[in-house]
Structures are given as C-alpha cells and as structure tokens.
Design a protein around this ligand. Sequence first.
Ligand code: MG
Length: 258
Amino acid sequence: MAIIIKTPEEIEILREGGRRLAVILYKVKDFVKPGISTKDLDKYAEKLIREGGDIPAFLNYRPEGVRTPYPASLCVSVNEEVVHGIPSDKKILKEGDIVSIDLGLKHKGLYTDMALTVPVGDVSPASKKLLEVTEKAMHVGINAAQNGNKVGDIGYAIENFARPHRYGIVEVLSGHGVGREIHEDPYIPNFGKKNTGVKLVKGMVIAIEPMLNMGTKNVKLENDEYTFITADKKRSAHFENTILITDGEPEILTRLPE
Ligand code: MG
C-alpha cells in the first residue's frame, strides 16, 4: 500500500480544484427540484466542469472488476440508492425524495471528490434528520483527521457519533485517498477502533464520506454493476469532502470560496 504525500505545488492545485468542485456541486444542488430527471443534473454538472476547462473524473472511469466504464459525470442516488446511481432520462425527481449528488473533478491533472445529499422540495422530518446527522457525521470524521491520528480514529469518531441515532452505517463502502488518482490508498472506513490503521500525516489528502441508512447497514449491488441500494429499501444519505491533513486542523479542500 503506497500512501502518497502531496507536494506544496500539488496541494495548491488541489485547493483550486476543490474550490471549483464545491462551487459546481452547490450549483447542481440549487438545480435540484421536482420534475427534473437525474440525467438533467448530470448534464448540468458536466457542462459546468467543462466550462471551467476541467475534466469530469467519473466519466468513463472503470473500477476494478467492472465490465463497463461509468457512463456519466455525476453519481445520482435517490432515496434507497446509497451511492453510484447512474443518471437516467427516465428517473424523475419528485417532491419528498432525497438525492445524493457525488462528483469528481480533475483540475490540472489532480482529482478532488465531493458529495451532498439534497432534499427535493419538502421532505419528511425523518428524512431531514437523516441528512443532518449524516452531514454532521462527516464533519465529526473530518475533525478526527488530525496529524498523528490514525485512520481508525476517523472511523471510530463517525461510528460513535452515528450509533446512538440507530442508523445503519454502511461498511462495504468507504472513503479513500485522492489526488493523483480518484481512488488512492488508504481506505477510510466509516467505522473502526481508535489508534488503529494507517497513520495520518501532514500532506495526505483523503475523501471522508459516511453513508448512513435509516434501516439496515446492508447494501446490495444492482444489475447495472454500479448502483448500491439498501437491502431493506429504506433511505440512505451520503456526504463527502476532500480534505488535507495539516499540522493543525484538517483543511477542507472542497470548500466554497470565502
Ligand atoms: Mg469518494
């Protein structure tokens, strides 16, 4: 396992790429409304990335063991879909849905990765709470990503925070190193034990991305080879940021400009 420490020059590029990605993803978020298709969101995300002179990182990406490359720029996962939902003209968002939008961007050769889960119009209090807790869980995980801590401290923090809410914490999918590739070592599980796993050191860039389910933690893969759904068809939420390990507090790279 090779952990890549980014150079100061790479970090500057990742910072700019992360800002661009955050601006785009929030625009896509604002575009979410009842009546549009998940393909509309994908087209809009791709257009915004290309207008900035950058490259959609997920388009044509082929994960190990999968036969066909990913056919879109954005992953759009609605309700019981956990992650990696493939955009479709036929999938129309409706009031009350929750939709995870997950986007990767390649800027000057380097990758950043970010996801939000967005309510479509008015959603139930239970869905609202799922989104709030999942976003908070991501920030709790980020706060644990301190220089000298270990990967297990991040997972422990997320699990410890999410557990009292009785949500299923997805275990078969995890965060990851990111930068020179869209997925690098190490894996960053959303559960774990304190003081275990790979040590976090200054200059590491990682994506932290908890997925919390209203019911079981178990997921299954659809026949399209990409879309993960919850095993009990209850709803799932997903938030992700790309962050930099520093001497002090972790720096969120996928952050809107001040
Ligand atoms: Mg990711």
